[in-house]
Design a protein around this ligand. Structure first.
Ligand SMILES: [Zn+2]
Length: 239
């Protein structure tokens, strides 16, 4: 019986290790996905920034064209001014030239503002491009690392599965069946060690009589509270 109890303990340990490995394995592709999301997010922001830059460039060019128009207009008007005889017309044209000069100044201000905006966006874009390329490189190396880790964990998992199979085979079939049953209904833990007369799974006390018998380690016991297999701590060291 001692031997069977030891097997149960080992089976429980192996199952916990397997659980951990499976969880690890499931979490690994998630890490890659997170990085991919980050790259996609940065790329989208970069593209939005590129669009803003393009719009600012277009606006800058528009105001440049306006200024050129204004200059041409003033030039033409000044030529016309020479041939005007009527004072009233002359004054009117002078005022128009003045107005156009004012528009030109305003348009120049706007053009300069957009030039500065283009400069700023350009700088910003360069930094973002650099960041993106860094994160991309990071993604590539992390992906490779995680992929090799996945292979390692898979190998470890299949080794552990084989070991588990061996333990399960050595266990009496009815005990194995019972183990699976308890495990299924007790949150994956079917075997609990008892220390200081307390079940480590449910943290309740084991009756003294049972505790005494448990310490002998020659009969199979169940926790009277959580109904898991129990074993005495000192016994686990002797496996
Ligand atoms: Zn218990």
């Amino acid at each position: 019986m001692k031997d069977q109890i030891n097997l149960l303990v080992r089976l429980q340990e192996k199952d916990e290790a397997l659980d951990l490995l499976r969880k690890q394995l499931a979490a690994m592709p998630q890490q890659i996905k997170e990085l991919e999301r980050k790259v996609a997010d940065m790329k989208a922001k970069l593209e939005a920034e590129q669009e803003r830059l393009q719009k600012a460039r277009m606006a800058q060019r528009e105001y440049e064209a306006e200024v050129e128009d204004n200059i041409a207009h003033v030039k033409k008007s000044k030529v016309r001014l020479l041939s005007i005889k009527s004072n009233k017309e002359y004054q009117a044209l002078l005022k128009e030239i003045e107005d156009t000069e004012r528009s030109k100044a305003e348009n120049e201000d706007r053009m300069l503002a957009y030039m500065e905006e283009v400069e700023r966006l350009n700088q910003n874009l360069k930094e973002k491009e650099k960041d993106l390329s860094t994160v991309r490189q990071n993604l590539d190396s992390k992906r490779k690392k995680i992929e090799s880790e996945i292979t390692e964990v898979q190998e470890e998992l299949s080794r552990a599965e084989k070991e588990r199979e061996k333990i399960a085979k050595a266990l009496r079939p009815e005990l194995l069946g019972r183990y699976e049953q308890i495990k299924a209904r007790s949150g994956g833990i079917a075997v609990a060690c008892v220390e200081n007369a307390t079940c480590s799974a449910c943290h309740l006390n084991i009756p003294p009589q049972m505790y005494n018998e448990l310490q002998k380690g020659d009969s199979l016991k169940f926790c009277p509270h959580c109904e898991r297999f129990i074993y005495w701590k000192a016994n686990s060291a002797s496996k």
